[in-house]
Design a binder for this molecule. Structure first.
Ligand code: UFG
Length: 344
């Protein structure tokens, strides 16, 4: 199948491109490198052993996007291109709405113009806000607590409205990610946080590598087994494979619209994650308990049974795999200039 991938050099996008190529799909990436690096494209090519078709453009540029769509004539689009920092979204809400909502609207219009009728959308468990109970099913109320989460929820509404429009032929898979972590087992691609990481996993690996003094554990008084926050950490390769399965489900015409949680169905605490990383790294990783981070929730983990059933997919990699692969990637990045492909 011909698959256009927006944001194909990003964290989840790059791993999905690898799995798409492995599954025999013909991939075209569009990417503006606003939060990714050009050398990731070469790394993808090294993993797949094939050249990767890339158009450098911004998805808000309707004319450029349309030109790519007209030339490539995709059977489906997987839409990753978006801004993704919760804290930045509070500071720059208009930019987040412009890129995440405006960009998605531009993409949907251009797809309609060329008659492309399948989309897989990168959404987030953040749409649930503070869940009433865990595990969280797709039927749980949505109430995102930050502008980033609201842009993802509006993106979902926008897509469902396009699916439901009179005469529309669009079908859509809306994928709500829990906490994507890990890296490709080759050590060639992984997450590239800019500056000080906001997220726990890259903060742990940078601390283990000596780039940070200690991990700040945000809150130890939550109603969880050890008092620290519990999340559903899913290996990015498992997540990538779910996108390929979602495309297949759209082609099988299982439903016009699928909204699916992508998680493992199991939560781990901050301290459990630190302990598992310590065992992989081979030494204790320093941490200090601090007060709760504003806006955080105690626990959030998925009921992924709908995705398991509809996609015939389940997350297979363990927390140990996650930590081992993330650590391999961290080691490949540290001690040399990760932004210079020549040293790789
Ligand atoms: N945490 C720390 N120290 C840190 C960073 C995080 O203790 O330095 C804790 C948090 O308090 C939380 C857990 O680690 O308990 C996970 O925090 P992350 O920042 O890694 O992830 P979040 O669950 O807060 O948010 C992530 C993504 C969002 C996404 C959401 C989906 O960052 O983009 O998952 O549920 F929307």
């Amino acid at each position: 199948m011909k698959v256009l991938v927006t944001g194909g050099a990003g964290f989840v996008g790059s791993h999905t491109v690898v799995e798409l190529v492995a599954a025999g799909h013909d991939v075209q990436v569009v990417e503006n490198f606003c939060n990714s690096e050009r050398w990731i494209v070469e790394r993808i090519e090294r993993i797949t052993g094939q050249p990767l078709a890339l158009d450098e453009l911004d998805i808000r540029d309707h004319a450029a996007l349309l030109a790519t769509l007209k030339r490539f004539q995709p059977d489906a689009v997987i839409h990753f291109a978006a801004l993704k920092s919760v804290s930045e979204s509070a500071e720059l809400p208009a930019r987040y709405y412009d890129v995440n909502v405006g960009g998605t609207a531009t993409l949907l219009e251009a797809m309609q113009e060329v008659g492309c009728a399948r989309i897989v959308f990168s959404s987030s468990a953040t749409v649930y806000g503070q869940p009433e109970a865990c595990p969280v099913p797709e039927s749980a109320p949505v109430n995102p607590g930050n502008p980033y989460g609201r842009t993802k929820l509006i993106g979902e509404w926008l897509i469902r409205d396009c699916v439901a429009a009179p005469g529309a032929s669009l079908s859509a898979a809306i994928l709500r990610y829990f906490n994507p972590v890990g890296a490709h087992p080759s050590g060639l691609i992984g997450e590239l946080p800019r500056g000080v990481p906001n997220n726990l996993a890259p903060y742990i690996t940078q601390t283990a590598a000596g780039q940070r003094d200690y991990i700040r554990v945000f809150g130890d008084d939550y109603a969880t087994p050890d008092g620290t926050g519990v999340r559903d950490y899913i290996h990015v390769v498992d997540l990538a494979k779910a996108h390929v399965a979602a495309l297949d489900a759209l082609v099988r015409n299982e439903a016009r619209e699928l909204t699916l949680n992508l998680g493992t169905g199991r939560g781990y605490s901050v301290l459990e994650l630190i302990e598992t990383f310590s065992s992989v790294v081979g030494h204790a990783i320093p941490y200090q308990r601090q007060g709760r981070r504003v806006g955080d929730i105690g626990e959030c983990w998925a009921d992924p049974s709908r995705a398991n059933h509809v996609l015939g997919w389940r997350a297979e990699k363990s927390l140990l795999d996650i930590c081992a692969d993330a650590w391999r990637w961290q080691q490949a990045c540290s001690g040399r200039d990760a932004l210079d492909p020549a040293v790789a």
